[in-house]
Design a protein around this ligand. Structure first.
Ligand code: SF4
Length: 283
C-alpha cells in the first residue's frame, strides 16, 4: 500500500509543468516575486548588468580589457592577449573550470543559475520586469492572454514588442562589442552602408534574443543549456537547492479552506494549487 502510494506521488516526475498532456507549451506567468532575497538578487543583478555594459568600454594599452574575436583568433582576457598557439592554456583553464563547476554545483546547487547566468539575469531582471510593467502581475497577464484583440491588448502587445526588440538589439550590439571590440563596432555603425553584413548579423542576433525572451524563456534551461541538462547527475541529497517539495505538493488538487479536515484534504498534498504563493498552505 505504501509502495503504490509512493509510486502515485512520484507520477509528477514523468512530465514537466511547461508541457501539457497533448505536448503543447504551457506558458508560465509567474507571480511577481518579492522579499529580502529577491531584493538582494535585484541589487546584484544591477551590479552585474553595470559590469556587462561597462566592460567593452574599458581599454588597457589601447586594447580592450575583454575580447573574444573568433574570426581573427585573437582573445583578450583581463588585458592579456592569447593567440591560437596559446590554446593549450585555454584547454587547461577549461578543464579546471569544468571541475570547479561540477564541485561547486554538487555543494551549492543552482546558485549560478539563479544569480549569475546571463539567461536568468536578462529574463528575470530585464524582460520580466518590462512585462510586469506593461502587462501587470500574473493574473492580469493571464486575463490579457485570454482576451480578444481589443485596443488595449493591441497597444500593450505593440509597446511590449518594441521594448523587447530594442533591448534585444542593444544586447546584440554589446555581444558583438565583446567579439570585435567597441571601437570596431562604433566604426561599423558609422560606416553602416559599407558594413551591411554587420547590420544583418545584428538583426539576426536581435531576432534570436527576441525569440528566446519573448517566447522560448525557461525552455532554454530544459532543452538547450548543457549545464541545465547535467543538473540531474550533478546534484545529490545534500546539495543546497530550492526545489519542488513533492511530499508537500503531491497528489495535486484544488482545496478551499472549507475542505479543511475533510476526507478530501487527506487525498491531496498540502499545496492548495492557489496562485498566491505559499501563504495559504494548510497547517
Ligand atoms: S540551466 Fe543553463 S541557461 Fe538555465 S539558468 Fe542554468 S546556466 Fe542558465
Amino acid at each position: 500500500m505504501m509502495v503504490s502510494e509512493d509510486i502515485h506521488n512520484e507520477i509528477f516526475r514523468d512530465s514537466i509543468a511547461t508541457i501539457s498532456k497533448e505536448g503543447r507549451r504551457n506558458f508560465i506567468s509567474p507571480k511577481r516575486p518579492k522579499g529580502k532575497l529577491y531584493n538582494k538578487r535585484t541589487l546584484f543583478s544591477m551590479f552585474y548588468l553595470f559590469v556587462f555594459f561597462s566592460l567593452p568600454f574599458i581599454k588597457v594599452h589601447e586594447e580592450p580589457l575583454f575580447m573574444l574575436n573568433v574570426l581573427e583568433r585573437k582573445f583578450i582576457i583581463f588585458g592579456m592577449i592569447f593567440w591560437p598557439q596559446d590554446f593549450f592554456i585555454f584547454g587547461l583553464a577549461m578543464v579546471t573550470f569544468i571541475v570547479f563547476v561540477i564541485l561547486f554545483t554538487v555543494v551549492f546547487g543552482r546558485i549560478f543559475c539563479g544569480w549569475a547566468c546571463p539567461q536568468t539575469i536578462f529574463m528575470e531582471m530585464v524582460f520580466r520586469k518590462i512585462e510586469y510593467w506593461i502587462d501587470g502581475d500574473s493574473s492580469a497577464q493571464l486575463s490579457l492572454r485570454k482576451r480578444a484583440w481589443d485596443n488595449e491588448k493591441i497597444i500593450k502587445r505593440t509597446v511590449k514588442f518594441i521594448l523587447f526588440f530594442t533591448v534585444s538589439f542593444i544586447i546584440a550590439n554589446f555581444f558583438l562589442a565583446y567579439c570585435i571590440s567597441m571601437d570596431e563596432l562604433i566604426d561599423h555603425i558609422k560606416h553602416s552602408s559599407e558594413n551591411i553584413f554587420t547590420l544583418v548579423s545584428l538583426i539576426i542576433f536581435s531576432c534570436v534574443f527576441m525569440f528566446v525572451y519573448w517566447w522560448f524563456r525557461e525552455q532554454v534551461c530544459i532543452v538547450v543549456c548543457p549545464y541545465g541538462r547535467l543538473q540531474g547527475v550533478l546534484l545529490d541529497q545534500n546539495s543546497i537547492i530550492v526545489a519542488y517539495d513533492h511530499v508537500r505538493g503531491e497528489p495535486r488538487g484544488k482545496l478551499s479552506h472549507k475542505d479543511a479536515h475533510s476526507p478530501l484534504e487527506k487525498k491531496t498534498g498540502k499545496c492548495e494549487n492557489c496562485i498566491n504563493g505559499c501563504k495559504d498552505i494548510k497547517k
